[in-house]
Structures are given as structure tokens and as C-alpha cells.
Design a protein around this ligand. Structure first.
Ligand code: GAP
Length: 462
């Protein structure tokens, strides 16, 4: 991990954003837990995503499908046969590598559709350039395809041969299985979309880079159902919409870019990524895929159920094509943390500050009494705190340490405002009665604001 990444991981743990999963047992690779601050940031991100993709659109429908699905789902989707990564093991230290990623790092592209023999031919040709990331040896087993689906079991406890059920390899399959239910119950007119934030699980060979490649993730997906061959214009439009959404979160434009896939996964006709400049460089944030009629046609074949759409006006029947946007919440979370992390100087001191967009900040404002041992200050501060919290739930109370330390703590978690109740609030200076100091996170500037105006001021920034 590089320096910036280490600082982000350390801050995330120290300040209650992200913890390593099952840490007291030594952890579990590729699994993380969101702490008290993390879950607030995560929920704010989900809310911003849902707002943009459901509430602000007339023809998009929300969904929350169950994770377990009939096992036929994953045969029809192509995941049982086609969802694999090429794995090799270092013969010296048993470290596992993803051969396609190692080849990519030396400038060679391994096509998703290549057989094991074809990948091994490429691997052999570049073996000298690929070193084990742990021990540096160039001595690997041949690559073999390793299926990424996570198996589980459900129901039939007595039979040894009971069929495995799978945890979702991609959340969007829930949307395809419920597409007919949404059509029959909501009567949408094409083009329409279904949006979902759902869990997905992958047996990633080498989970890495903190929240970037995990084995359990949450995917925020939209599937736009369109008329056949009407994909081009809509595809360009949703690509731009998704890019604009990241900009609306305050992410610096220079850290975002589009990249087209050279190699397409089995379901895609065209695929673009929105990439973010993570601490290790540009890498995939979100995938935008033209899936044509692949998914509905496959599910029609395997289920025997007609999934064509009948136009209510013309009576015309066809299998809709699908344009997908899909992003892991962990990847947005890491992009937003990376983008917001800064170290600057304020009042002659170096500080760490998360310059999060106020709407994403886990705490919108911290309320505190100037002195904790003055009951009249504490009582007034409690009154302001209670009233604000009713209006804006993400408000924190802090009376620990001196005021400077409280500010530093809030800067580190990205709190846009700090509110301090002092003797002037109580009326020591007559014309300042019922006013407080409102401190701005980014500039450190403080101004006097009437208590009655606080809520409006904070809301305006959100
Ligand atoms: N339904 C399409 C699909 O699953 P994908 O490109 O495999 O496509 C979509 O995944 C998005 O999910 C990625 O762009 C990334 O944001 C996220 N994602 C995929 N694998 C991930 C992992 N192991 N850890 C975290 N996020 C992941």
C-alpha cells in the first residue's frame, strides 16, 4: 500500500468508518465492516444514488430482491460456466495470483473468452516478466479457471447430494427475475428502468486495495429496458448521467474518466467504465454495459416463461434490450474518501481534513458548549443540539477536550460545521443573545449566526 492509501485505511479505522471484518479472530480476507461513521456515509451515498436513479426519474422503479435464487438462475445467466478468473499459484510460497491481472500489468490483454490452453500459452510467453508479489519467484503452476460463484446450501439438510444454491454473483439477476412482475404490476411503458442496491459475493482470488476488491459487496444497479436497436443514443445519455452524478458528489473532475473495454464479458455487446484515480492510479469505479437481449433471452430459454414485452398501444411484442449501470458501493466509498482526504495548514498548524460534500458527511454539524464545566452553557448547548437534531438527524454532540481538539476531530471526519455556544449566546453581550459561532470546516472561518437560522444555514449547504 502506498502512503496515501495507508493514511486513508488508518483514518477509516481510527475514526470509526471501516474496520477489518472479524478482526478479533485475525480477520477474513476481502471482508470489511462499516463502523458508526462509515454506515452514515454509506447511507448518505445510497440515498444520493437512490434519489438520482429512482426519485428524480419518472420511469424508474425500485426493487429489493431476495439474495437466494433458484439455482437455474445462475446457469441461465452464464455464471456457472463462464464466471471465472484464471488462477495460478507460486510454487515457492503458494501465493495465488490472477493471471489476467498480472498479464495486464505487463501490457498483455487476456480475453475473457480464452480457454485455459490459450491463457497458459500467453502466461508461458511472459513468465519471465511476471514475479510472485510475495517472494519474487517466477515459478508458477499453470493457470486454471476458478469459478467465482460462492456456494451455499439451503433447505434439503438430509441429502448429501443436494444441489448447491449460490449467493448472487451479481445483484442485477434479481432485476431480470422480477422484470415480468414489475411489468405486470406497474404497467411501465418502454423505455423504463429498474433500480436496486443489492448484495453480491465473489470468490475473488486476490482481494486487494481495501474496499476496492472485496469478496462481499453491495452493487447499485440500474437496468434500462429499451426497444431493440434503440441502444446507441440511450447508452451515450446514461454514460453522461452517471458521470454527472459523480461530479454532483463533489468529486474532482480530473480524477474521473471514461474507458472503453477492449475485451467484453460474456453478456456484453459494449462496455465502458467510469474510472477513478485511486491512490494507485486510475481504476474501475463503475461499469456501464450494453447487454442487448442476452439476459431476458437466456431466462426465457431456461424458465420457459415468455418474457417479451407487449406494447400497450401498438400490440407489438419483442424482447427488450437492456442497458446497465453497475457500481460497488465500496468503490464509491473509497473514491469519495480518497477525493476528500487532504492535509492543509490552518492557524499555523497542519491538520487532516476530509473535504466531503456536506450531503455525504456522516455528521452535518457538531454542537458543543465552549466550556464543559459551566452548567448554564451546557444547558443552552443541549437545547440547541436537541432542537437541531429533530430537524437534521446527523448532528453530533462533543464536549471532550478543548475546543481546538474538538474542531480537529470533526475536521478528520469531514463535519462541515461546528457550532459553539458561549457566554454571548446567553446574553453577556446583549445584541449577541441567542447567537452562536458557526465554524466552516474548509476555511476555519467563524461567524455569528442566530440560533433560529442554524437549521436553514446547514440545509442550504446540503
Ligand atoms: N451486473 C454487472 C456486473 O456485475 P461487474 O463489472 O462485474 O459487472 C460491476 O461489476 C461493478 O461492481 C464494478 O464496476 C465495481 O464497481 C463493482 N465490483 C465488482 N467486483 C467487485 C469487488 N470484488 N469488490 C468491490 N466491488 C466490485
Amino acid at each position: 500500500m502506498n502512503d496515501l492509501m495507508e493514511k486513508i485505511v488508518s483514518l477509516a479505522k481510527r475514526r470509526g468508518f471501516v474496520y477489518p471484518g472479524s478482526e478479533i479472530y485475525g480477520g477474513l480476507a476481502g471482508i470489511y465492516d462499516f463502523g458508526p461513521r462509515g454506515v452514515e456515509l454509506l447511507n448518505n451515498l445510497k440515498h444520493a444514488w437512490w434519489n438520482a436513479n429512482v426519485y428524480q426519474k419518472e420511469n424508474f422503479y425500485g426493487l429489493d430482491a431476495g439474495m437466494f435464487k433458484n439455482p437455474r438462475t445462475w446457469e441461465a445467466s452464464g455464471h456457472v460456466n463462464g464466471f471465472s478468473d484464471p488462477l495460478a499459484e507460486c510454487k515457492q510460497c503458494n501465493t495465488r495470483i490472477r493471471v489476467d491481472k498480472e498479464l495486464e500489468a505487463v501490457g498483455v490483454t487476456a480475453d475473457e473468452k480464452m480457454s485455459e490452453e490459450e491463457i497458459n500459452a500467453l502466461f508461458d510467453a511472459h513468465r519471465e516478466e511476471i514475479a510472485c508479489p510475495k517472494c519474487g519467484a517466477h515459478d508458477f503452476t499453470p493457470a486454471r479457471k476458478f469459478n467465482l460463484l460462492v456456494k451455499s446450501n439451503l433447505g434439503d439438510f438430509t441429502s448429501e447430494e443436494s444441489e448447491p444454491v449460490y449467493l448472487p454473483g451479481e445483484a442485477c439477476q434479481g432485476i431480470y427475475l422480477d422484470y415480468k412482475n414489475v411489468v405486470d404490476s406497474m404497467h411501465p411503458k418502454i423505455p423504463f428502468g429498474i433500480a436496486q442496491i443489492g448484495k453480491a459475493f465473489r470468490n475473488e482470488i486476490s482481494p486487494r486495495n481495501f474496499l476496492f476488491r472485496t469478496r462481499e459487496m453491495e452493487q447499485a444497479d440500474t437496468q434500462l429496458f429499451i426497444r431493440p436497436n434503440e441502444n446507441k443514443e440511450a447508452y451515450e445519455r446514461i454514460k453522461q448521467e452517471r458521470m454527472d452524478w459523480y461530479l454532483s458528489l463533489g468529486i474532482h473532475p480530473e480524477n474521473l474518466r471514461f474507458k472503453q473495454h477492449e475485451n467484453l464479458v460474456f453478456y456484453a455487446k459494449d462496455a465502458w467504465d467510469i474510472e477513478y484515480k485511486y491512490p494507485w492510479g486510475f481504476d474501475e469505479l463503475e461499469g456501464i454495459h450494453d447487454r442487448s437481449d442476452y439476459d431476458l433471452t437466456q431466462h426465457m430459454k431456461f424458465s420457459g416463461v415468455d418474457l417479451s414485452y407487449a406494447d400497450p398501444e401498438t400490440g407489438e411484442k419483442y424482447v427488450p434490450w437492456i442497458l446497465e449501470t453497475s457500481v460497488g458501493m465500496g468503490r464509491i466509498f473509497l473514491a469519495v474518501l480518497t477525493d476528500a482526504y487532504s492535509e492543509d495548514e490552518l492557524g499555523g498548524e497542519t491538520r487532516v481534513v476530509l473535504k466531503l460534500h456536506p450531503k455525504l458527511a456522516p455528521v452535518k454539524a457538531m454542537v458543543s458548549p465552549l466550556l464543559k464545566n459551566k452548567p448554564e452553557l451546557v444547558a443552552k448547548a443541549r437545547e440547541v443540539y436537541a432542537a437541531l437534531k429533530k430537524d437534521i438527524p446527523q448532528i453530533a454532540w462533543d464536549d471532550n477536550g478543548n475546543i481546538g481538539k474538538r474542531y480537529r476531530r470533526q475536521d478528520e471526519i469531514g463535519t462541515p460545521f461546528c457550532i459553539t455556544i458561549d457566554f454571548d449566546t446567553l446574553g453577556e453581550t446583549a445584541d449577541l443573545k441567542d447567537t452562536v459561532t458557526l465554524r466552516d470546516r474548509d476555511t476555519g472561518q467563524q461567524e455569528r449566526v442566530a440560533v433560529s437560522e442554524l437549521s436553514g444555514r446547514i440545509r442550504a449547504a446540503l
